[in-house]
Ligand binder design. Structure first.
Ligand SMILES: *Cc1c(COP(=O)(O)O)cnc(C)c1O
Length: 235
């Protein structure tokens, strides 16, 4: 390993330990969760960064771009990592996602869900699905309006090759912590409705990134997606 690569791996391991400790403390402080699952968002970071995080015990990774994600999944197949697709998904890319990823957190249309269901290989377990909700009604963000969630959830629940696991959101950029907590709390109540309808297999509320992880966990996130705080700034 070169000196630079070695320094980078040490930084990633140290950052990961810090984030894990913060999540542990936040879970203890939160009235809603006992444990928070960490998805390390490795988009636009090299394969070596994923290897360093994996060597430090990280299992779940998130990618936004299909091609980049598939390249990493193939290159690191022997590590048996769990891969989450978290970016916008066009219908011409669903096959790559259905064949390679373990989770898709950004489902927001019936057409995409149907294609993922049709294209999920028979030898793999059902694809884990989160519905992406645009909780702040942000013009720049993809995702379902809260009122549309139940209908798409019913559709996904009826798909044999998909497993409905819960909800994901990305908040509008630049909102104040108090307002972030309100938005996350609305997500929690939507998530609770989903659990009441579909049962305990709906178990995942994915919200919180490097900048709003605290508010998210305090309001009930049991999965966070963290990039910058682990891998540093993206190019
Ligand atoms: C990039 C990204 C993240 C991670 O963001 P950071 O601010 O770097 O932690 C999380 N979720 C999604 C959907 C993303 O696109």
């Amino acid at each position: 390993m070169t000196k630079v690569a070695e320094n980078n791996s040490q930084t990633i391991a140290k950052n990961l330990a810090t984030v894990r400790e913060q999540l542990h403390d936040l879970a203890a402080e939160s009235s809603y969760v006992n444990e928070v699952q960490l998805v390390a968002v490795s988009k636009r970071h090299p394969i070596e960064a994923v290897q360093a995080a994996a060597a430090a015990g990280q299992r779940d990774f998130g990618e936004n771009y299909v091609q980049e994600g598939v390249a990493k999944i193939n290159a690191l197949a022997e590590l048996s990592l769990t891969w989450h697709f978290i970016g916008p998904l066009q219908s011409n890319k669903t096959r790559d996602v259905a064949e390679h990823f373990d989770w898709v957190q950004s489902v927001e249309r019936e057409k995409i869900a149907r294609r993922l269901n049709d294209q999920r290989p028979a030898h793999k377990p059902p694809l884990n699905v989160l519905l992406q909700v645009n909780i702040d009604d942000d013009d720049n963000k993809s995702g379902l309006a809260p009122a549309q969630v139940m209908a798409l959830a019913k559709f996904v629940d009826a798909c044999e090759r998909l497993q409905l696991r819960g909800l994901m959101t990305i908040l509008k950029a630049g909102t104040e912590p108090t307002q972030q907590r309100e938005s996350f709390a609305r997500m929690r109540s939507l998530f609770e409705q989903l659990q009441q309808t579909f049962g305990a297999s709906v178990d995942t509320l994915s919200m919180g990134m490097s900048g709003d992880m605290r508010q998210a966990v305090l309001e009930g996130a049991n999965m966070v997606r963290i990039g910058t705080a682990i891998f540093g700034q993206r190019e």
